[in-house]
Ligand binder design. Structure first.
Ligand code: ADE
Length: 237
């Protein structure tokens, strides 16, 4: 998987290149991450990447020329679509992560300030993605969310190849609770069924816990799950 990112703050990406499973994916050669800085594609002595908005208003807008040159350079070596991180985009979720993880690569475009010149979106962006109904100061953290979510889906990254399939959302349900030693912590005991050694009973208990949690915390997910799956004993409301 080849991911390029276009950002004026390249060192922010050390959060994914330097730690945990994302770093492991890079070290193993499963993920190649290349960072391109639009400031390196400016031609003026001040290396200007932003300008005042036509029509007035607060804040600055990222100029099109450094972005276009930077993007064109990134795309020379990166296959796949250009994905622009913006609160105006399609909401990111697990199924989008799964779709992106199947590609050979893609380019993440991240803005700062009030936004980027719309002509870059028109001419070079294939997909606009938002990580949630919230406004951040730039697209770097959203980009890293995407890189992180995708890296753990790539074959050879997770220790247990089943963990990605079993976890939250991949089945459309929230995860069940997890426990490790000690058996009693601050007077709270691990549910007895998990100590029973009865794998079928454990599986059933975990399914039930997932269902209880999903129904209580995410009725929207629960309704979708209940509507697509005939479980017989599933309570409908
Ligand atoms: N940039 C600023 N806020 C964002 C969001 N919610 N999603 C993607 N990119 C963003």
């Amino acid at each position: 998987m080849k991911i390029s990112t276009v950002s004026i703050f390249p060192s922010m990406f050390e959060a994914v290149t330097g730690y945990g499973m994302t770093r492991l994916a890079i070290d193993r050669g499963i993920l190649a991450l290349k960072i391109f800085n639009p400031r390196d594609f400016t031609l003026d002595r001040n290396r200007t990447v932003d300008g005042r908005p036509y029509g007035g208003g607060p804040g600055m807008v990222m100029k099109p020329e450094p972005l276009s040159r930077c993007l064109d350079e990134a795309r020379k070596t990166t296959p796949g679509p250009v994905v622009f991180m913006t609160p105006q985009g399609t909401l990111f979720n697990q199924s989008m992560a799964e779709g992106l993880a199947r590609l050979d690569g893609f380019t993440l475009l991240t803005g700062r300030y009030e936004g980027i010149d719309e002509r870059i979106v028109e001419s070079r962006v294939d997909l606009e993605v938002s990580i949630g109904d919230v406004v951040l100061t730039g697209g770097e953290i959203p980009s890293m969310m995407i890189i992180d979510a995708i890296s753990r889906l790539l074959p050879g990254v997770l220790g247990n190849s089943e963990s990605a399939e079993q976890d939250s959302f991949s089945q459309g349900m929230l995860d069940y609770p997890h426990y490790t030693r000690p058996e009693i912590f601050e007077g709270r005991a691990v549910p007895g069924v998990l100590l029973s050694g009865n794998h079928e009973k454990i599986r059933m208990w975990r399914m039930e816990q997932s269902r209880i949690r999903t129904r209580k915390r995410r009725p929207d997910l629960f309704a979708r799950w209940a509507g697509t799956e005939d479980t017989g004993d599933c309570p409908h409301h």
